[in-house]
Design a protein around this ligand. Sequence first.
Ligand code: DGL
Length: 275
Amino acid sequence: MIAEKEKAIGVFDSGVGGLTVFRELMKQMPKERLIYFGDTARVPYGSKSKETVTNYSRQIIRFLRTQDVKAIVVACNTASAMALDDIEEETDIPIIGVVKPGALTAAETTKNGKIGLIGTEATISSGIYEKYLKEMHPHVSVLGKACPLFCPLVEEGLLDDPVTTEIARRYLAGLVDSGIDTLIMGCTHYPMIKDTLQAVVGESVVLVNPAYETARECKTMLSGKDLLNEKEIELGSSAYQFFVSDAAEKFKTIANMFLPLGILGAKTVPIEDYK
Ligand code: DGL
């Protein structure tokens, strides 16, 4: 039987966006095995209801549990905002989301107290970043903007494309004019178009990617529970596995544009069966 510490960490998102968190987990915890699930059949989550996103998240957690994971990272702001409180209560292994770590990074980054937030409609309207930011930094002002077209652009692999730049200009004009000094990329898809976003907002605005702090908190949490793996993992083995609910080939192409792994494939899972 495999020791608890040597089990994998499960990571999930609605699509390819969670790979931005996956990459950071790989960097900060090179001895950990990781299992990724991208819900490519049902992306985007950002325009769906709390009930639906919570139900999807439950199904994915059930699937990840069949892979015997020791902990779960919800690498999706929308699911972290809408479902984490409920699924945390129902899950008996450690589980961590991306919103709190992202808010913490932004609170530590801002100098003028004006923070911009971009994310899905669901994340922005949940007000969850604002809630955490105000707890950490009561005088901060948060200006949110939903950017629903970014997720499909990333899922289509248009990471460096004039269409993405034009849409970013339209979405971000108001934020730039309002004098923010910090911009939270509050959707895990957005760090994939970071260069475009930075060019549009200008160098004086610091872009916050919640992935770094999420991986750091995950490491601290595992270490606190004596769950960090100490054994070297064999490269080329099944250290990193990828599952999707649809379009595995397309996922593989975009994942390989982003991760330096040479991913050979992703397996398709009938996720609706995990009731
Ligand atoms: N990557 C996700 C997030 O962080 C979800 C994007 C979507 O599915 O709408 O919110």
